[in-house]
Design a protein around this ligand. Structure first.
Ligand code: GDP
Length: 471
């Protein structure tokens, strides 16, 4: 490390000892320690590893810029129920799946590809933000662009707002599809107005979000929507290196009676080949067969391709990472090591943010931001609380309301809280029973209040370390 930053090793060791690391000259130090030392020297360092499995000494270095090639975008359709998410996916597929499914049987592998002007777009089949957030909560980012479907005759609804906030929290660009333009009551201007009220400002309104009026039912303007997806993809400069071993994420998995565990993985980098040794989450194996979205057997899958794979012993979970390694032995070693890590993670969950522990977390410097999700019975309360609560920010902790909405506290709120390490605050609303169960499992702090003042008081007390613990 000293060599790399061109410093005297003794000087580095000196600094290490100062921060309590009793290092010798040929001892390895982890990245965090290295960064602390580099900061001392006022040197910027970056971790140029894409994947590191420390305990097994396995790592994949970052790709060199010159090895990167552009890759197709991966798109998720989100929006309020009945606004036409499924219809839109169908409309896109009907017009643009060039190759018919093998034997006329519709394959369902969790993702499909369409080709427009020779450019590929990958659509994730499960519409809605639940799947999206579940994956993100597990650390997986598969979506490059979110299509927000808003019915022109209905406007922005609670789940539209949820979808907006989920996409924003994940840093995924949004394209708005104003759907049902064929309907009598269609009012796209109202939709644009309502969207801007929620921070999604359409281009014609001086913002940077593209909107396309469509009719999924009539198949109107679907091409324009697809062109806009390609345009945004180009701006995003999505890239991957096809000439290396693959990394991907599981988007669906199940136990098939005949074939055993099967999983659909989205290849995100590298090229996946039949015969590759893989680790998938905590399971491992060798790729026996691969089937694409048209139901055809394929021998390899390049970046941004979804394939259904078989050849491993246990069913992985959606959101699990897949990596190709050199042999089965390495795969097994990494899988076992990950099982140990999962156990550790479970321990760590007890370090989740909570109002009770906030003060000590702030003092230890482990928390610098308090993310809140605010649910209330009326919109007025949501706004009022948001404004008063954010004002409680101090120089040690910034308070941010990442989502606010009207209605009961739902599972979706809990998943968002879990993914963003947030606390949920409800006013005159309670969590649904399934949300309560999920909050318990995910160890998300959910608090209900009747009076705004009480919530403000609690948060203020928590910041100052004066909160009476809740039993
Ligand atoms: P989802 O719940 O968002 O997946 O919505 P669906 O795709 O199931 O659509 C809900 C309803 O709206 C269905 O009855 C569709 O036929 C209808 N629908 C969807 N798109 C359009 C459209 O462009 N125009 C009209 N008139 N109806 C639509």
């Amino acid at each position: 490390f000293a060599e790399k930053i061109k410093k005297n090793p003794n000087e580095v060791i000196g600094k290490l000892i100062k921060i309590g690391v009793m290092a010798s000259i040929n001892q390895e130090i982890d990245f965090e320690t290295a960064k602390t030392i580099a900061d001392e020297f006022e040197i910027e360092i970056e971790k140029n590893m894409e994947i590191v499995e420390e305990a097994t000494d396995f790592f994949i270095p970052m790709d060199k810029e010159e090895d990167l090639r552009s890759r197709p975008p991966v798109v998720t359709v989100m929006g309020h129920v009945d606004h036409g998410k499924t219809s839109l996916l169908d409309a896109i597929r009907e017009t643009h799946v060039t190759e018919k499914e093998a034997g006329g049987i519709t394959q369902h592998i969790g993702a499909s590809e369409v080709v427009i002007d020779g450019n590929k777009i990958v659509l994730l089949d499960t519409p809605g933000h639940e799947a999206f957030t579940t994956m993100r909560a597990r650390g997986a980012k598969v979506t490059d662009i979110a299509i927000l479907v808003v019915a022109a005759d209905d406007g922005v609804m609670p789940q539209t707002v949820e979808a907006i906030n989920h996409a924003k929290a994940a840093g995924v660009p949004i394209i708005v599809a104003i759907n049902k333009m064929d309907k009598e009551g269609a009012n796209p201007d109202r939709v644009k107005q309502e969207l801007s009220d929620h921070g999604v400002v359409i281009e014609e309104w001086g913002g940077d979000v593209i909107s396309v009026p469509v009719s999924a039912l009539k198949g109107t303007n679907i091409d324009t929507l697809l062109e806009m997806i390609l345009l945004v993809a180009e701006i995003e400069e999505l890239k991957a290196n096809p000439n290396r071993s693959a990394i991907g994420t599981v988007i669906e998995a199940e136990l098939d009676k005949g074939r055993g565990p099967v999983a659909t993985v989205l290849v995100q980098n590298g090229t996946l080949k039949v015969g590759d040794s893989v680790v998938i989450g905590t399971t491992f194996g060798r790729i026996r067969a691969m089937v694409n979205d048209k139901g055809r057997r394929v021998k390899q899958a390049t970046p941004s391709t979804a394939v259904e794979i078989t050849g491993f012993s246990e069913v992985p979970e959606a959101g699990d990472q897949m990596i190709v390694v050199e042999d089965d032995k390495t795969a097994k070693e990494i899988a076992n090591n990950r099982i140990d890590k999962v156990k550790e993670e479970q321990m760590k969950k007890s370090q989740r943010i909570s109002l009770d522990a906030l003060y000590s977390q702030v003092q230890q410097g482990t928390i610098k931001e308090l993310n809140l999700i605010i649910k209330a019975d009326v919109q007025g309360s949501v706004e009022a609380v948001k404004q008063s609560i954010e004002k409680l920010s101090t120089d040690k902790v910034v308070i941010k309301a990442i989502h606010g909405g009207v209605g009961a506290i739902t599972e979706s709120d809990v998943m968002l809280a879990s993914a963003s390490n947030a606390i949920i605050i409800g006013f005159n609303v309670r969590p649904t029973s399934s949300a309560t169960a999920l909050a318990k499992k995910e160890e998300v702090d959910v608090r209900s209040y009747r009076i705004i003042y009480n919530a403000l008081e609690d948060i203020e007390a928590a910041i100052e370390g004066m909160l009476d613990p809740e039993y």
